[in-house]
Design a protein around this ligand. Structure first.
Ligand code: GDP
Length: 416
């Protein structure tokens, strides 16, 4: 059985957020599909695995059915947390936003920013969730990338930064130009799944537009990041080695939001999106620490902090309880600090009760994997908890902590 001591820098806990119909489900499925294909092929060095996966995919669709699904992209572990997109589930959306470190906001290239995208965006603002945008449905009649970028600026009051320039649109959507690397990715319908584009030089007729779009990207980045601003003022062209970390810093700080595009439906643009997730969204190690308090301490200053480290005492937040047809009741947790071993006792600090953890599972789209332990920064499902509900903290009984609550702030009414 696998023990998990994940490298915290190589984990991404992400949500995919969107207006209904923008393509959240399709994008999520495509991500699981590509990551599944490359992971399987990478493991077995056998084209048959891809074929099996394709058949399986055609038969039932690779759908997210769990509150968190683990997948891999290159040597990164990506946990996709299901963020309900419906208005009536607002508190559930907020709860899921609390446990992820970054999000992909999906837009419809024709509709742009819709009222419900605004609402989810504001919730993400409230939790300061770093974001990248994916302008989906570039194949659709009426699709306009730039218009969508402008709407993100105007309607969402954000600073979008296009890191791609689409080559064509609608039925003529041929590929994208990566403005960071100044290369073109051209969709290749003939290619095997899992490698659905060719990297080529920028077509001549796009050379001017690409240079202009890159200048805009660098100007936006300079406004968002001091290091690039210094180079910009000196008149020095920043290198890729300077641009990539600067985009990452700006994304995490929310001073600029990278925008990519594609058509999930037609398998276009999903892989560059995954590259952007890994390159720009934060790792659990980038978060300084999670706040909480000692439930027994009555004093005024009773605040406690747990750092994202395996060396710290164990603490985790329960964010979803689901019933699995095979396993029964599964409790989904985000581990913030320390290590949790299967079969050990933990404290539910809010209720002041001890509970025993049964088995620990990592949920993949097509299988579940039992693991012996789970460490800081990771998201898993555990069995055996009888008296714990969402929003509660599980922690090391010797080091009690109640993690900051996720309830809405109570307004203070002043009586004159
Ligand atoms: P969700 O409600 O955000 O989860 O959206 P879905 O993924 O269910 O997609 C909504 C509709 O848009 C479905 O009919 C999809 O087939 C369609 N769709 C998704 N992605 C694309 C795309 O890239 N291009 C086009 N033309 N349609 C798409």
């Amino acid at each position: 059985m696998a023990t998990t001591a994940l490298d915290l820098a190589k984990v991404r806990n992400i949500g995919i957020m969107a207006h209904i119909d923008a393509g959240k489900t399709t994008t999520t499925e495509r991500i699981l599909f590509y990551t599944g294909v490359t992971h399987k092929v990478g493991e077995v060095h056998d084209g048959a695995a891809t074929m099996d996966w394709m058949k399986e995919e055609q038969q039932r669709g690779i759908t997210i059915t769990s509150a968190a699904t683990t997948t891999h992209w290159n040597d990164y572990t990506i946990n996709i947390i299901d963020t309900p997109g419906h208005v009536d589930f607002t508190s559930e959306v907020e709860r899921s936003l609390r446990v992820l470190d970054g999000a992909v906001a999906v837009f419809d290239a024709k509709e742009g920013v819709e009222p419900q995208s605004e609402q989810v965006w504001r919730q993400a603002d409230r939790y300061e969730v770093p974001r990248i945008c994916f302008v989906n449905k570039m194949d659709k009649i009426g699709a306009e990338f730039q218009r969508c970028v402008d709407m993100i600026r105007e309607r969402l009051n954000a600073t979008p930064m296009a890191i791609q320039l689409p080559i064509g649109a609608e039925s003529d959507f041929k590929g994208v130009i990566d403005l960071v690397r100044m290369k073109a990715y051209v969709w290749n319908a003939e290619a095997k799944l899992g490698e659905a584009y060719d990297t080529v030089e920028i077509p001549d007729e796009y050379a001017d537009a690409a240079r202009e779009a890159r200048d805009t990207m660098i100007e936006t980045l300079a406004e968002a990041d001091d290091e690039i601003m210094e180079l910009y003022l000196e008149g020095t062209e920043p290198t890729i080695e300077q641009i990539v970390p600067a985009i990452r810093r700006a994304t995490i700080a929310g001073t600029a939001i990278p925008v990519t595009c594609g058509s999930a439906f037609k398998n276009k643009g999903v892989q560059p999106l995954l590259d952007a997730v890994v390159a720009y969204l934060p790792a659990p190690a980038d978060i300084s620490g999670v706040q909480g308090h000692d439930p027994k301490d009555e004093s005024e200053d009773r605040s406690l902090e747990r750092k994202p480290s395996q060396e710290e005492p164990f603490s985790a937040l329960v964010f979803k309880i689901m019933s699995d047809p095979h396993l029964g009741k599964l409790t989904y947790i985000r581990v913030y600090s320390g290590v949790l071993e299967a079969g050990t006792q933990v404290l539910n600090s809010l209720k002041g009760r001890k509970e025993r953890i049964g088995k620990i599972y990592r949920m993949h789209s097509n299988k579940r994997e039992e693991i012996q332990s789970v460490g800081a920064g990771d998201i898993v499902a555990v069995m055996g908890l009888k008296d714990t509900t969402t929003g509660e903290t599980l922690c090391d009984p010797g080091n009690p902590i109640v993690l900051e609550s996720m309830t809405f702030p109570v307004p203070v009414i002043e009586v004159a």
